[in-house]
Design a binder for this molecule. Structure first.
Ligand code: GLV
Length: 319
């Protein structure tokens, strides 16, 4: 009997094609709730999930044959790792293949905020271009400014690397300090969290969501940032408190924010939507054709390896 694989949502077809060669694949093409997943997953040996799927203990425990949860994302905070481990289920993610695309997106937000790109674009479409103005929509220079990176993993480093083009000194903070070789390569200096807050002109959040990083950025933290600073989050929305960010933007405690992720995603704070000093994107970090295809193939490969009795390529959790 062929092993059974569930793909929970619409993703590039490459995954379905790869998996269908060896397994019996069911491809669900719309978002499922936790209750729907509980019912759907029961008979499967492996499941290819997205970051919007709540892979809770209830979901995992409703699938007695489950051997692998392959998340189509680098983040895996949507999966109950404790239950997966106790059940001996492999959990995998899609690192590396999305690093550059996600760093590009963070930079798209940095540039959009610094140069007020969305405001200019909206103006042209709604009001119309009435002519050049010396004092019109003035933004901020980026060249030589200090780039702060919270979470200096693969994506944080790729964000820092791009800063070379703008001659940016990089400050970073995370649990551990990198080697001097790495720091030299990225022109980066390890600093305390406090220094990161009060010295960065641009502060980019690139850490995973963990109990330690959850709500790490509240009004308290925004107050310690420079008044001209730009806050960027292309990681996970729960790392910032959205109501506090609104307050900081409204009162000009910081200059602007660029968000790709939201605290209660896909819901967005209504007041945030009204502010012009923020750029808001619908979680597009890895959203390029090439990258999404690579993610699909990597997730499928992980499932294939596990169901063939091998170690997956990119496990986040060993059994
Ligand atoms: C996107 O947010 C990811 O975790 O891949």
């Amino acid at each position: 009997m062929k092993k059974r694989v569930l793909i929970t949502n619409l993703i590039p077809e490459a995954a379905y094609q790869k998996l269908s060669r060896r397994f019996q694949v069911t491809w669900n093409k719309h978002q499922l709730t936790e209750a729907q997943l509980v019912l759907k997953i029961k008979s499967f040996d492996a499941v290819l999930t997205t970051l919007a799927d709540p892979v809770t203990a209830r979901v995992l425990n409703s699938a007695p044959h489950l051997k692998c949860v392959a998340n189509f994302a680098v983040g895996f905070n949507n999966i109950d790792l404790v239950t997966a481990k106790s059940r001996g289920i492999w959990v995998t993610n899609t690192p590396d293949v999305l690093t550059e695309a996600t760093a590009d997106l963070a930079w798209a937000l940095i540039l959009a905020c610094a140069r007020r790109v969305p405001e200019g674009e909206k103006f042209v479409r709604t009001t119309g271009f009435k002519g050049w103005g010396a004092l019109f929509l003035l933004g901020q220079d980026l060249f030589g400014k200090t780039l702060g990176v919270y979470g200096f993993g693969r994506i944080g480093k790729a964000v820092a690397w791009r800063g070379r083009g703008w001659n940016m000194p990089v400050l970073y903070h995370q649990r551990h300090q990198e080697s001097s070789v790495v720091e030299k390569r990225y022109n980066a200096k390890y600093v305390s969290f406090k220094t990161l807050l009060n010295q960065s002109d641009i502060l980019s959040i690139n850490s995973p969501l963990t109990p330690e990083t959850r709500h790490r950025f509240t009004y308290q933290e925004f107050k310690q940032m420079k008044p001209n600073s730009i806050f960027i989050n292309a990681s996970r929305g729960l790392i910032h408190k959205e109501a506090d960010l609104v307050k900081a933007l409204k009162t000009k405690v910081i200059a602007s924010a660029g968000l790709d992720v939201y605290e209660f995603e896909p819901m967005i704070n209504k007041d945030l939507l009204k502010l012009s000093n923020c750029t808001l994107l619908p979680h597009l970090g890895s959203a390029t054709l090439e990258t999404r295809n690579k993610m699909a193939l990597l997730a499928a490969e992980n499932i294939e390896l596990v169901l063939l009795g091998c170690r997956p390529k990119t496990p986040v959790l060993s059994k």
